[in-house]
Ligand binder design. Structure first.
Ligand SMILES: Nc1ncnc2c1ncn2[C@@H]1O[C@H](COP(=O)(O)OP(=O)(O)OP(=O)(O)O)[C@@H](O)[C@H]1O
Ligand SMILES: [Mg+2]
Length: 468
C-alpha cells in the first residue's frame, strides 16, 4: 500500500501557480486517499481483530482440551487405582477365606495321623498333608504380597539368637540336600562372631527369606554343592549389618532372566512351574522383606554356572533372652488328666470347633461350647470354670471385648479370675501384647498346633489354686 497521494498538492515551480480548481481537485484527491487509507486501516484492524478472536478461541479450545484430557487421565488413574486396590483386597479376602477351611483340613489331618492307620492310609494322609501345606504356603505368599502392595507388611523386632535360628532352618533342609546327593557347607565367620550373637530382628520374616533362598538353591541344583555363609559387621555403635549368602552350583540364570528376577510371579520359564511348581513370588517377597529391614537382596549368576544370592539386614544388638522353660509334654498331659477340668470354648467357626474338639477329646474334660462373645460373658457368669479358650474375631462381641467384660464382672463379684487363652490367627507380637494387656492370660496361634495348645492349657491350669 502506498502512503503518498498520487499528485503533489503544490506545483513544482512558482511560475506554475496552481489554480483554485487545481487546489480543490488536489484536496479532493487527498481526501479520497485518506478515506481509502482509513478504510484499508479499518479493514486491517477488523481482520486483525478477527484473527485475534480466532486465536483466543483456539487458545480456549486448547485449554479446554488439555483440561478435559487431564480430567480424563485423573479419572482413568483413579479407576485403575481403585481396580488395583479392589484386586488386592479381593486377593487378601480370598486368601483369608481359603486359610480357614485349609486350617480345618490340616488340623483334622494331624488329628487323623494320631489314630491307628494302615500303611497305605498313612501314605494317603501324608499326600493330603503335604498338599495342604503347599496350598497354605501359596495362600500365605499371596497374602504377603497383598500386604506389601498395600504397605501393610508389619515387621517385628524381637531378640533373636541368630546362629541358633539359622541352625534350625538348616536342619529342616539337610535331609533334602542329602537326598539330592548335594554337599552342604556352612560358614559363619568373618566380621563379628555369629555364635551366641543376639540381635533384634523379625525372626519369622528372616526365616522366610532364608527358607526361600535355600529351597531355590536345592530346586535348581542337580549336582555339586550348596554353601551358606553368614556374617555380622558393625556399622555404627548401635547398628549391625547381617549378611547371609546362599551359593549353588545349579542351572544359574541368563542376563535377561536376572533382569526380571525380583518381579512378582516371575519364573525363568514355563518348565520351572511344570517341574517344581511354586508361584514365583518367593524372591519378590524376600527382597521386600530385606529392604524393609534396611538391607537388600541381590543375585549374581550366569547360565550354567550357578548362582549366589546375598541378603542383608540392618539389625541392632540385643541382650540374650532366657527362654521360659516350658512344661514337658508328659507333665502337660498329666496336668490335663489330673481332673475333669471345666473348660469353656468360644469359637464361631464350625470347622475350628471341630478341630478343637478332636484335639481335646483324648482328655476327660467338661467342655461347654459357645459361638459368640456375649454367650461367653454369660457363661462365665453362670458356670464355675477352670479355663476359657477364646477366639478373637467373633461377630457382635469379639473375644478381646468379651474378656474385658468378664474381667469387670469378676472384679465386681470378687470371683477368682479364670485363665482366658486367646486362640487367634492374629499372632504378631503387638497383637498378642494387646490381648494380654486387655486381660487375656496367654495366646495360641491359628493354625492350631495340638502340642502348643495342650501345653498352654496345662501351663494355665497348673498355676490354679487347688480349690476354686
Ligand atoms: N538358585 C537359583 N538358581 C536358578 N534359578 C533360580 C534360583 N533361584 C530362583 N531362580 C529363578 O527365579 C525364579 C523365581 O524364584 P522365586 O523363589 O521367586 O519363585 P519360585 O521358587 O519359582 O516359587 P515360590 O513362590 O514357591 O518361591 C525361579 O522360578 C527360578 O526360575
Ligand atoms: Mg522360591
Amino acid at each position: 500500500m502506498t502512503l503518498q497521494p498520487d499528485t503533489p498538492i503544490v506545483a513544482a515551480s512558482a511560475s506554475d501557480e496552481p489554480s483554485y480548481q487545481d487546489l480543490l481537485a488536489a484536496l479532493e484527491r487527498e481526501r479520497t486517499w485518506r478515506l481509502d487509507l482509513q478504510d484499508k486501516l479499518e479493514k486491517k484492524v477488523l481482520s486483525l481483530r478477527q484473527a485475534n478472536g480466532s486465536l483466543v478461541a483456539l487458545a480456549r479450545q486448547v485449554d479446554r482440551m488439555v483440561r478435559e484430557r487431564t480430567e480424563d487421565l485423573a479419572r482413568e488413574r483413579a479407576a485403575a487405582h481403585a481396580e488395583n486396590a479392589a484386586k488386592t483386597q479381593f486377593l487378601a479376602t480370598m486368601s483369608h477365606e481359603i486359610r480357614t477351611p485349609l486350617n480345618g483340613i490340616l488340623g483334622m489331618a494331624s488329628v487323623l495321623a494320631e489314630t491307628s492307620l494302615a500303611e497305605d492310609q498313612i501314605q494317603i494322609l501324608d499326600v493330603l498333608r503335604d498338599s495342604g501345606r503347599l496350598l497354605l504356603n501359596i495362600v500365605d505368599d499371596v497374602l504377603d504380597l497383598t500386604k506389601i502392595e498395600e504397605g501393610k507388611l508389619e515387621l517385628e523386632r524381637l531378640p533373636t539368637d541368630i546362629a541358633a535360628l539359622m541352625e534350625t532352618v538348616c536342619r529342616q533342609f539337610e535331609p533334602r540336600i542329602t537326598a539330592k546327593g548335594l554337599s552342604f557347607t556352612k560358614l559363619c565367620g568373618g566380621g563379628l562372631s555369629l555364635k551366641g550373637a543376639w540381635v533384634h530382628i523379625d525372626p519369622t520374616r528372616f526365616q522366610q527369606v532364608l527358607t526361600n533362598l535355600l529351597s531355590n538353591a536345592i530346586k535348581f541344583t542337580e549336582h555339586g554343592a550348596i554353601a551358606l555363609s553368614a556374617h555380622l559387621k558393625a556399622e555404627t555403635e548401635e547398628s549391625l549389618i547381617l549378611t547371609v549368602s546362599v551359593r549353588d552350583t545349579g542351572i544359574g540364570l541368563t542376563a535377561q532372566q536376572l533382569g526380571r528376577l525380583f518381579q512378582p510371579y516371575m519364573q525363568a520359564d514355563a518348565s520351572v512351574h511344570r517341574n517344581h511348581g511354586g508361584t514365583g513370588l518367593g524372591l519378590a517377597i524376600a527382597r521386600q522383606i530385606c529392604q524393609r529391614m534396611g538391607g537388600d537382596l541381590t543375585c549374581s549368576s550366569a547360565a550354567g554356572a550357578g548362582s549366589e544370592f546375598t541378603a542383608t539386614f540392618r539389625v541392632t544388638r540385643s541382650d540374650p533372652v532366657v527362654e521360659k522353660t516350658d512344661l514337658g509334654e508328659a507333665d502337660g498331659h498329666a496336668i490335663l488328666s489330673a481332673r475333669r477340668w471345666r473348660i469353656l470354648v468360644a469359637e464361631d467357626n464350625r470347622t475350628n470347633r471341630m478341630v478343637l474338639h478332636h484335639m481335646l477329646k483324648g482328655f476327660d474334660l467338661d467342655v461347654t461350647w459357645v459361638e459368640q462373645g456375649e454367650e461367653a460373658v454369660a457363661a462365665c457368669d453362670r458356670l464355675p470354670l477352670d479355663l476359657v479358650l477364646m477366639d478373637v474375631n467373633m461377630p457382635v462381641l469379639d473375644g478381646v471385648s468379651a474378656t474385658a467384660r468378664i474381667r469387670e464382672q469378676e472384679a465386681a463379684s470378687g470371683r477368682l479370675a479364670v485363665p482366658i487363652i486367646a486362640v487367634s490367627a492374629n499372632a504378631l507380637e503387638h497383637q498378642v501384647r494387646s490381648y494380654l494387656e486387655r486381660g487375656m492370660t496367654d495366646h495360641v496361634a491359628k493354625p492350631i498346633r495340638k502340642q502348643r495348645l495342650l501345653q498352654v492349657m496345662a501351663q494355665a491350669l497348673s498355676v490354679l489354686p487347688d480349690v476354686r
